[in-house]
Design a protein around this ligand. Structure first.
Ligand SMILES: [Zn+2]
Length: 64
């Protein structure tokens, strides 16, 4: 039962568009952030992709 509730809450969250941040009241959008990192071992560039929730609270940090 607990497992089923977990699944339902996650699904709901995923389908819910236009979430509002309770801190700044701005709409939260999900942005794909790709960072390149150079591996010290192989000397090759690696790409790290992350989806980040962005609102007015952290947009300056994300887009910096
Ligand atoms: Zn916010």
């Amino acid at each position: 039962m607990a497992k089923k509730q977990d699944f339902l809450s996650k699904t709901k969250r995923f389908e819910k568009h236009g979430l509002i941040c309770q801190t700044c009241g701005d709409t939260i959008s999900h942005v794909q952030v790709v960072r390149t990192e150079k591996s010290a071992k192989t000397d090759a560039w690696r790409f790290n992709q992350n989806f980040v929730a962005v609102c007015k609270c952290n947009e300056k940090e994300v887009y910096a």
